[in-house]
Design a protein around this ligand. Structure first.
Ligand code: FAD
Ligand code: NA7
Length: 476
């Protein structure tokens, strides 16, 4: 215990979780080092400090989503008396988004400086449980504690020609018009990208291996599929790609196979985007030197963010079985550091994490899906309704939106899950999530006065249970 180290804490990874942990430790007077290094994507894309969310995740994704919603609004604005037609330019969007991201990168660097955190733009590799090496160099730093916050990167399928495809790491900085696009995968990243690409006018196809949005409420997952289809997104169901072949400068031939019928499929696309999950970046950390095992997806099993090695902790996407979300990584990092250095006891609560899928009709949820609730509780009642947002009322065929409360009938109809498909679902869900966290029941929702006319008020007037099989009448 008399040993001295270069740092009290060394954080490996400068993304959502790592930066949050480093800043918290610095604010508690600790001497902190932070390593962040971005390995170029297979297409050579690199970026600055801040990790996935800032550079190739939440931030660019939401801005592209916004661009596509603007296009949708422009095309329906005639009904409100506007007569303008706007044209879209991919390069302008990419340049402006990238400029915004560079500002954020600079801000992060400034903040590390301001907090007296030593930032090393190098890949770190463990030598032992108190020592890391600058990858490829002789230089090392020692620390009393380490936090692994290396996140993950998109997974590539193991098929011939896979290198011709890009991932979300490349899409938001793509320097050419994407043209006709194939998205492989059916989770939220694939569907969000499909939504905004189609919304911006690109010919968009999604190749689905099994179901849409595994883990999310399946009624709503299927409604999202129907909605995307009605907007022009094409779906190739029960299929996986088997080979990509380059055909001239701008064309990629995709060969695929139906997983049930073994029927073959082929078509030519300009851009193929793989969104088939992410692999944690633990491979280069030399975890063998610590005797730390990883899961098949390269993730670390932790208990309250502790690994099996006393001085080594982990937060964020690198943790096995935790939601891959920025606010989760940020909160876990902060609470962990407080527990290490201030001996506090508050633990990260990985349950009841609200989230939103930013498809053209947004889907916000918190708590149990209907299926998971029914698998966990004996007596589940579901209240639901369709509604048409007033914002869309002047359209000739306004899109139907949907709300659902999943309740525990054996526990005073306590709300186990809240789900909404409609505009601004993220904003709505964030607010209601507090009520769910505090244990709100269906009666509490009934007692709440709505704000009229909004979409969020739908939850104050739900009377139809799904079990009654009553037909839903859209309310406005
Ligand atoms: P990261 O942010 O990935 O940071 C890890 C950092 O460590 C990276 O910079 C990496 O290069 C670096 N690193 C790796 N290995 C080493 C090493 N050996 N040495 C030094 N540095 C290393 N979440 C939301 O909450 N909302 C959203 O809307 C949302 N949208 C998303 C959209 C997309 C397209 C993607 C891909 C993700 C999205 N996410 C979203 C998820 C969110 O981005 C992640 O959950 C979050 O960034 C995880 O933070 P992290 O700190 O664990 O890792
Ligand atoms: P997810 O959530 O891990 O989902 C992966 C999707 O890709 C899912 O639809 C899978 O289908 C599909 N998949 C997986 N492997 C393949 C192969 N080999 N071929 C075709 N399709 C496949 O990944 P995302 O990239 O959307 O998001 C990862 C996380 O990053 C997410 O949680 C965010 O928080 C950030 P399946 O349902 O397994 O049949």
């Amino acid at each position: 215990n008399f040993q001295t180290y270069d740092y009290d804490l060394c954080v490996i990874g400068g993304g959502s979780g790592g930066i949050s942990a480093a800043k918290e430790a610095a604010s508690l007077g600790k001497k902190v080092a932070l390593f962040d290094f971005v390995t170029p994507s297979r297409h050579g894309t690199i970026w600055g400090l801040g990790g996935t969310c800032v550079n190739v995740g939440c931030i660019p994704k939401k801005l592209f989503h916004r661009a596509s919603l603007l296009n949708e609004e422009a095309s329906t604005s005639d009904n409100f008396g506007f007569g303008m037609k706007k044209t879209f330019n991919w390069k302008t969007l990419v340049e402006n988004v990238q400029k915004y991201i560079r500002n954020l990168n600079n801000n992060y660097e400034q903040e590390l400086k301001k907090n007296k955190i030593d930032y090393f733009n190098f890949k770190a590799q463990f030598v032992d449980k108190h020592l890391v090496q600058f990858c490829g160099q002789d230089k090392t730093v020692s620390a009393q504690n380490f936090i692994i916050a290396v996140g993950g990167r998109p997974t590539y399928p193991d098929i011939p020609g896979a290198h011709l495809g890009i991932t979300s790491d490349d899409l938001f900085s793509l320097n050419k018009d994407p043209g006709k696009v194939l998205l492989v995968g059916a989770s939220y990243i694939a569907l969000e990208c499909a939504g905004f690409l189609n919304g911006l006018g690109y010919d968009t196809t999604v190749m689905v291996r099994s179901i849409l949005l595994r883990g999310f409420d399946q009624d709503i997952a299927n409604m999202i599929g129907d909605d995307l289809e009605s907007r022009g997104v094409k779906f190739i169901r029960s299929s996986v790609p088997t080979e990509l072949i380059e055909q001239g400068m701008q064309n990629i031939m995709v060969k695929a196979e139906n997983t049930n019928t073994k029927e073959k499929y082929e078509d030519v696309f300009n851009t193929v985007v793989f969104a088939i999950g992410r692999t944690a970046c633990t491979e280069d950390l030399n975890l063998n030197s610590l005797g730390l095992p990883v899961q098949p997806n390269q993730k670390l099993v932790t208990s309250h963010e502790k690994t099996q090695v006393h001085s080594v902790y982990a937060v964020g996407d690198v943790i096995h079985n935790a939601p891959e979300l920025t606010p989760v990584a940020i909160k876990a990092g902060k609470l962990l550091v407080r527990r290490i250095y201030r001996k506090t006891t508050e633990q990260m609560n990985y349950k009841l994490v609200p989230t939103t899928v930013f498809t053209p009709l947004e889907y916000g949820c918190v708590g149990y899906s209907e299926t998971d609730a029914k698998a966990t509780f004996k007596n589940v009642v579901v209240y639901h309704n369709q509604f048409v947002p007033l914002e869309n009322a002047l359209e000739s065929e306004p899109r139907k939106c949907y709300a659902k409360l999943v309740c525990d009938a054996d526990n005073k109809d306590k709300v186990l899950g809240l789900h909404i498909l409609g505009p601004n679902a993220g904003e709505i869900t964030q607010g209601y999530a507090l009520g769910i966290m505090l244990g709100a029941t269906k009666l509490d929702f009934d007692a709440l006065i709505g704000i009229h006319p909004t979409c969020a008020e739908v939850f104050t007037t739900l009377t139809v249970s799904k079990e009654s099989n009553k037909k839903l009448e859209s309310s406005g």
